[in-house]
Design a protein around this ligand. Structure first.
Ligand code: FE
Length: 210
């Protein structure tokens, strides 16, 4: 069996939002799909260990904000690598409450769903939601999981310092974030460097010499 072929299934990058006891939270998911069109339903898959999981189970409602390639990459860092238990993930982003759940405005748009079924699937729960509200906010290229992996995760500053060795080959040193895999190219990592994807500090970076 060659499980690697499963990577050819395409996925997006979405922010799932919820509101529970007056508190706004959410996380990044990459698995979301339309199930039916009339009534319109979708399914999302959420890790059972994620704080978002229990909150959606309690509130029975969620939003799905569909990120585009121009959405602030800090959204992924904040919503993907931090926990709503510890931080208010919406503090630094524009959002709105729609049908009493938060949506991200720096996106192509959103769907608001009421949970009509759940399926326990081992490490994840599949929530099936009936779409009760939907709005388009932009028409930019949708962020796919592949784009995130290949462009954002591997992105490093354009002005990364490089040097040319005696053979004329360009050589760079890389600093790889041990939490999210973000690569910073350069000889030295500034002391106050914060990973733009997962907000980790300099200590989380491992130097890789090429
Ligand atoms: Fe990181």
């Amino acid at each position: 069996m060659n499980k690697e072929i499963i990577r050819d299934l395409s996925y997006g990058v979405y922010v799932v939002g919820w509101r529970d006891n007056g508190y706004n939270g959410g996380c990044i998911v990459n698995s979301a799909m339309q199930i039916t069109s009339n009534p319109m339903t979708i399914a999302i898959s959420v890790n059972t260990e994620n704080y978002t999981h229990d909150c959606i189970k309690r509130s029975s409602k969620f939003s799905l904000s569909i990120l585009n390639e121009e959405s602030d990459e800090k959204l992924i860092g904040t919503f993907g690598y931090q926990s709503s238990k510890d931080v208010d993930k919406y503090a630094n982003f524009e959002y709105e409450l729609v049908e009493d759940v938060p949506v991200i405005l720096d996106s192509n748009g959103y769907l608001i769903c009421e949970v009509i079924a759940t399926l326990e699937a081992g490490s994840h729960t599949i929530f099936v939601g009936k779409v009760v509200q939907a709005k388009r906010l932009a028409e930019k290229a949708v962020m796919t999981y592949r784009y995130y992996q290949e462009v954002l995760k591997g992105k490093s500053p354009k002005n990364a310092p490089t040097y040319i060795d005696i053979e004329g080959e360009i050589k760079t040193n890389q600093w790889v974030c041990s939490i999210c895999g973000y690569v910073y190219e350069g000889e030295e990592l500034p002391d106050d460097f914060i990973c733009p994807l997962c907000m980790a500090t300099k200590e989380a970076f491992i130097k890789v010499e090429k």
